[in-house]
Design a protein around this ligand. Structure first.
Ligand SMILES: Cc1ncc(COP(=O)(O)O)c(C=O)c1O
Length: 399
């Protein structure tokens, strides 16, 4: 059997294959392998945005705020919580960027652990996570304990246990590493930090919507994540945050704005936080940015996160097989064990950066992460096995 026949066979038995037709077609793109940077839009979202502009905004004008817009950050948050986060209602809100939400929660976590002097973060974490930690540390006079990880893996329980202690106020960790795709053991790592009396802020950017997450059951206190990758929210769509209900009264976030206050329309003197998760909002909610993610969240709910995960594992397994066969001169920089892997893999080669213009010209769109990694982000709802094969073949031929 030729490899192309093999990918056609995998597509033929893929229960999620019919869902690919629900996405907008991109002319000239033969392999979109960057769904973990920016997911593809659903056709349903095109119609939802048009309807919103014409009818809801255009038709209802300012009345829209009282007719549902003000509640949208919490309503969409609850939908997301149920479908993809394993969280009961009232703990998730949409708004701001991941960066800003990380800042709010790291700051709040530090305030909640007075007298502790250290923050812990992975040296290989996504830049924004490191920069936010560095900024909060500078402002609060704290020091940083850096965790050094294996580049093809991530933070293990042992590494975290060695880094935390009685001085640790807060830890920032990614559930799936943006580069290697390493899937961290969220319940174990949360337990280790808790044991040391520290709070963990989890970054779920690369796991939400593609890896099952059980925030309530795993004892997670705080988490953030973006919605433009596997949640199909579109470029710059707002992020989400999770604050365990039992912690909401205890934490104070630093960006005190009117829409996180108890009675915003009284225009009163002095900030008093709203009750519950609303206290973590700040300014006017980005309503337009919340439209498209609703369709993707609904689709994940329909298909079920476990089915999404099953296809994600099959796609990354297939991609690794192809890399082994077709790119023997490159090095896999991701875990081989699917239980330790999210929905992308990274492959390293010194010449990869120079291939990118040729790949884009051929309609093959992977991601490149300096210094030498091609990252293949495989979005289970919209990516076919054939696309993976076309992509890896194109890389091998150009190399
Ligand atoms: C792990 C991780 N955290 C954070 C971000 C980005 O944050 P923001 O939405 O603020 O740009 C990304 C973006 O790709 C990411 O991969």
């Amino acid at each position: 059997m030729t490899p192309l026949a093999r990918s056609a066979e995998l597509d033929g038995v893929d229960p999620l294959a019919p869902h690919r037709d629900l996405f907008v077609r991109a002319p000239g793109v033969v392999a979109y392998l960057d769904g973990n940077s920016l997911g593809r839009p659903l056709e349903a979202s095109v119609h939802r945005v048009e309807r919103f502009l014409g009818e809801e905004w255009g038709g209802r004008l300012i009345r829209g705020w009282d007719e549902g817009w003000l509640d949208l950050p919490l309503r969409v948050g609850d939908e997301l919580a149920r479908v993809a986060l394993g969280a009961e209602p009232g703990q998730v809100a949409i708004g701001d960027s991941t960066t800003v939400l990380l800042y709010k929660l790291v700051h709040a976590a530090v305030e909640a652990r007075p007298g502790r002097t250290e923050l812990v973060v992975d040296r290989a974490d996504f830049p924004t996570d490191r920069y936010v930690v560095e900024g909060v540390a500078r402002d609060r006079g704290l020091s940083i304990r850096w965790i050094d990880t294996d580049a093809a893996a991530g933070v293990t329980p042992q590494l975290l246990a060695d880094a935390v202690g009685p001085n640790t106020a807060a830890v920032v960790l990614s559930h799936v590493s943006y580069r290697s795709g390493y899937l961290a053991d969220m319940p174990a790592l949360t337990g280790i930090a808790r044991e040391a009396g520290a709070l963990v802020v989890w970054d779920l950017c690369h796991s939400v919507g593609v890896v099952p997450v059980r925030l309530d059951a795993w004892g997670v206190d705080l988490a953030v994540g973006c919605t433009y990758k596997y949640l199909g929210g579109g470029p710059g769509s707002p992020a989400f945050l999770y604050v365990r209900s039992g912690m909401q009264g205890e934490l104070r976030q630093p960006v005190q704005g009117w829409l996180g206050s108890a009675r915003p329309f009284e225009m009163a003197q002095g900030y008093e936080p709203a009750a519950g998760i609303r206290a973590f909002l700040s300014g006017t909610p980005p309503i337009v940015g919340m439209l498209a993610m609703r369709d993707m969240i609904a689709l994940i709910g329909e298909v079920g996160i476990d089915a999404v995960r099953a296809k994600s594992v099959a796609l990354t397994e297939f991609a690794i097989q192809l890399v082994d066969e077709l790119l023997p001169q490159a090095a896999l920089a991701s875990p081989r064990d699917p239980a330790q892997r999210g929905s992308h893999i990274t492959v390293d080669h010194a010449d990869f950066e120079s291939l990118m213009p040729g790949l884009w010209a051929a309609g093959v769109i992977p991601d490149f992460r300096r210094p030498r990694g091609i990252r293949l982000g495989l979005s289970p709802m919209s990516t076919s096995f054939s696309e993976v094969e076309v992509g890896v073949r194109a890389i091998a031929e150009l190399l």
